[in-house]
Ligand binder design. Sequence first.
Ligand SMILES: N[C@@H](CCC(=O)N[C@@H](CS)C(=O)NCC(=O)O)C(=O)O
Length: 218
Amino acid sequence: MLPNSLSTLPLWPHGVRPKLYSFRRCPYAMRARLALWASGLEFDKQEVDLKQKPPELWDANPVGTVPVIVWVENGSPVVIAQSFEIMICALRARDPLSWLPQHQESWTTALEIITANDVSFKKHLDRYKYPNRHPETSSLKEREAGSVFLQSYEKVLENQDFLSGDHFGMLDAALAPFVRQFAKTDLLWFNSQGWPKLICWLQAFEKSDAFTFIMQKS
Ligand SMILES: N[C@@H](CCC(=O)N[C@@H](CS)C(=O)NCC(=O)O)C(=O)O
């Protein structure tokens, strides 16, 4: 059922607790923690100060981004340094809430939407949210470009309760932290855009056990 491109990911280990390097407010780390929560698998979490990353994080992921999950297998470290791949590794091992897509078609759609989120929507989000860091563009132009994505989610949610279908799933978890950041940049504006379904979806996410759990300060 897993697409070929993902079937080569490392399998969740037996008998060792992987360590997740995370940053509470990072949307990529949030999606990884959501999937780990849904899987119910055991792991240790280390909150990282992004301004002072621990040497073990640099060793595991020379790019220096979080989230990263690491464990040792046959004496060698196994590292997954992409948030979506951490989601898949966890849910492939254990998926009691049926978060993974059940059909080939839903896999294809989910992968397309998540790629578009990570490649394009995130770029517009950053440029909208941090205009000072991006003098080359205008915040409003970037907000407009990001809105096209949100409008398309609204359209999907007119026909089903969740982006994944009839229940919250992998696609919802992969996108919700990013949509939340976009919404919170100017909540008044977001709430006045005529996206009633998306607003409900986001509010339900923020009230969910999953979100409450992953945002605990520890
Ligand atoms: N493609 C990576 C991106 C992760 C990423 O960019 N994380 C940010 C935090 S939200 C980061 O670690 N940036 C490095 C830094 O701020 O030093 C993934 O999906 O995990």
